[in-house]
Structure formats: structure tokens, C-alpha cells
Write a protein that binds this ligand. Structure first.
Ligand SMILES: [Zn+2]
Length: 383
């Protein structure tokens, strides 16, 4: 019997040039707005102009790298005197904005609400109205209900999570990604691909997320190399923005797997972009899952799903599950994703990484519980 729930942003606007047309029809009534933004994007001056033209007083809050506990605490303090928040940037800026918008209306400190390292209390008050405008194509965080926050003191990244955190508006304009450099196109694009593959084989997959994953994988498979080679390939950029959005819709409603299980702890231990960690691990986890499934659960439905993934990615109707692994490995190599040792990972990190991965919430979505030795082998190959 099929049963599932599906929740997303209240409204999604998608299309090249939509930032401009949205600005024309926007009836925002904020008296004071907080603009949580990344370091650099062509979109920043455009949004400033839109706000100024409407006489909206706004404060800018810049996010360098992935948001920390201290950063969202400081942002929430400012947001308490605002009545609306816009997040503009990559996953880090959007996650920061999402966390700030809800912490501004809830009592206490961010740590009270964090899972794993905090008290994991429930957020009960609706956030300030939040508009999420991505300038990369990868995280899909404009339609998810969590924000990844780093605690440097604990050396880990954990989530602030609540159904209330789904943005009021996700404004996805592929034009904003045209100027992304190839390295960011590669790492964010491979994060998008991971976020389409993991929910498709997750223990929580449902027919609605399946449909999004199938279509999203098709988009990413045809467009990522093109967007990497020519950032101004409008069709490829549009397809990657769709793949990213679909990945966000899928992961928020069907969970992830071991790649993201690793990405939280490793992201806290290494100074590496989230997408690069996922890209490195994706083919290795696919292979480890396939081997574990064949050995321990040969009748598991995820085996057929991995074959379907391979057929979608390679566009060959008789591709095998392992052909999919080869296809992803070649893509990761061609897009010049460095090995994790480049970011300082060594064998000394393995015990802590494995211990934390086994406890990570994403790990529970993996189609089969991988054993400790299998996790160590994946890290060994990612060096
Ligand atoms: Zn991800």
C-alpha cells in the first residue's frame, strides 16, 4: 500500500528572468527587511535596486562560507527588529537566512533547537516571511525544511529542522547561475545529482519523489557537462536549476543516504565544499551499496533502482547498475573534483568520521545499513 506526505515551499516561481518580473509584481510590505546574502553574485546589486526602488529599508548580512552557530545567532539578533527576510546566494546563504528567519521569532538560543549536539527542542513559532533566491544550482535548499549549521566547537555540521522552516517563496531564476565559475558549477551540480540518486534508492522513497528524481537525473545527466564547459549555455543552466530544485523537493520528502551521512561529519572536519565531498563519495557509496545489497539482500528492490539510475544516466536501455557507477566516476573525474586528501583528509580522520556517520540522520535513509568496515573502505578509496 502506498502512503506518503509531501511538503514544500508555499510558492515556487521558476524561470530565466523571473527575478525581474517578480520584482515588478511584488507586493512586499516589509517595513524593514534583512537581506542575508553570499559574498559575491551579480544578483546582489539587482536585489538592492529592487528594494530601494520600493523604498524598503533593509540591512545586509553577509555569509562567508557555511553558517556557524555564532553567525546565525548574530543574524537572528538583527532579524528580531525586521519583519521579513530574503536569502540570496548559494546553499550557505540560503540556509543561514532560513535559520535566522525562524530563530528571530522563537525564544532561546539556536543550540536549544539543534539536533545531535543541542537539545533538539521543537521550534513552535512560525518564522518571519522568508524568500529564498538561489544563485547556484545544487543544494535545492530553497524548498527544504532544514538548515545545515556548523559548530566549530564540536567539529561537526548538524541540522536545524522544522516543517515551519519551508520558505514562503522559492524564486529560482537560472539566469543568476550564468556567471558561476566551472569549479562551483561542478561541485554544486554533483551535489544536485547526489540529491537525486540518494532519495531514489532511499528507504523513504515514494512515487512522487521517484517522479522528480527520474526527471531530475535526466536533466543533470544531459546538462552538467555542458554547463561546466560553457557557463552561458542557457539551456544547460536551466536544466541544472531544475535538477537542483527537484533534488531539494525529493530529499525534503524522501531522505538521503550514506553520501550525505558522511558529508555532515566530514564537512565539519575538513575545509571542503559540501558538493565536492558528495561528488567524491557518490560513486564509492553507490558501489559499496550495490556490493552490500548483492551479498546480503539479493532480492532488495534498490538493486533494480540502481539499474534504472544507470539506464537514465547513460541513456542505454540495457545498462547495468555497475555501468551507472562507472558513468558517475567518469563524470566526477572529468569535472576535476579533487580527492579528499587534497582537503587534508588522512587516515587519522577515519575513526571519528565513521563513528559520526553511523549516527547521522541522513545515513538512516541508505537502502542498506553499511558496516563499519565498509565505511572505512569508502574513505580509503576517497583519499
Ligand atoms: Zn547535498
Amino acid at each position: 500500500m502506498i502512503s506518503f506526505e509531501f511538503a514544500t515551499a508555499s510558492r515556487i516561481i521558476f524561470g530565466a528572468g523571473k527575478l525581474n518580473s517578480f520584482a515588478k509584481h511584488w507586493n512586499g510590505r516589509a517595513k524593514r527587511l534583512l537581506l542575508v546574502r553570499g559574498k559575491s553574485s551579480d544578483a546582489i546589486p539587482r536585489v538592492r535596486e529592487i528594494l530601494s526602488a520600493r523604498d524598503i529599508r533593509f540591512t545586509e548580512f553577509e555569509v562567508h562560507g557555511e553558517p556557524t552557530v555564532e553567525l546565525v545567532r548574530a543574524g537572528a539578533e538583527i532579524a528580531r527588529s525586521c519583519d521579513e527576510v530574503i536569502g540570496l546566494g548559494g546553499g550557505s546563504a540560503l540556509d543561514a537566512g532560513k535559520a535566522i528567519a525562524i530563530l528571530a521569532t522563537n525564544p532561546g538560543d539556536v543550540v536549544d533547537y539543534l539536533e545531535v549536539i543541542g537539545r533538539g527542542e521543537t521550534l513552535t513559532h512560525a518564522p518571519l516571511p522568508y524568500i529564498a533566491i538561489p544563485t547556484t544550482a545544487g543544494t535545492g535548499t530553497e524548498v527544504t525544511r532544514n538548515a545545515v549549521i556548523e559548530s566549530p566547537a564540536d567539529g561537526v555540521k548538524v541540522s536545524l529542522r522544522s516543517p515551519l522552516m519551508l520558505p514562503g517563496l522559492a524564486l529560482v531564476d537560472p539566469e543568476l547561475t550564468y556567471s558561476l565559475p566551472p569549479a562551483i558549477t561542478a561541485s554544486t551540480g554533483l551535489d544536485a545529482l547526489t540529491q537525486l540518486i540518494e532519495p531514489f534508492v532511499s528507504v523513504k522513497a515514494n512515487p512522487m519523489t521517484d517522479a522528480l528524481c527520474r526527471e531530475g537525473m535526466r536533466f543533470a545527466a544531459r546538462a552538467l557537462r555542458r554547463a561546466y564547459e560553457n557557463g552561458h549555455d542557457k539551456e544547460a543552466r536551466e536544466r541544472m536549476s531544475l535538477a537542483s530544485l527537484f533534488g531539494g523537493l525529493a530529499l525534503a520528502n524522501a531522505a538521503l543516504g550514506a553520501v550525505h551521512g558522511f558529508a555532515g561529519p566530514l564537512g565539519g572536519m575538513l575545509d571542503a565544499p559540501h558538493g565536492a565531498i558528495c561528488a567524491c563519495l557518490l560513486p564509492l557509496v553507490m558501489e559499496a551499496n550495490l556490493n552490500a545489497l548483492k551479498e546480503r539482500e539479493p532480492g532488495h528492490p534498490a538493486l533494480a533502482r540502481y539499474a534504472e539510475i544507470a539506464q537514465i544516466l547513460t541513456a542505454h536501455p540495457d545498462a547495468t547498475a555497475f555501468d551507472g557507477v562507472t558513468w558517475v566516476s567518469e563524470l566526477v573525474r572529468d569535472l576535476n573534483i579533487p580527492a579528499l586528501s587534497t582537503y587534508g583528509m588522512g587516515r587519522e580522520h577515519f575513526p571519528e568520521a565513521v563513528e559520526k556517520t553511523l549516527k547521522a540522520s541522513s545515513f538512516r535513509g541508505n537502502p542498506i545499513p553499511l558496516k563499519e568496515a565498509e565505511l572505512v573502505e569508502i574513505l580509503e578509496e576517497a583519499l
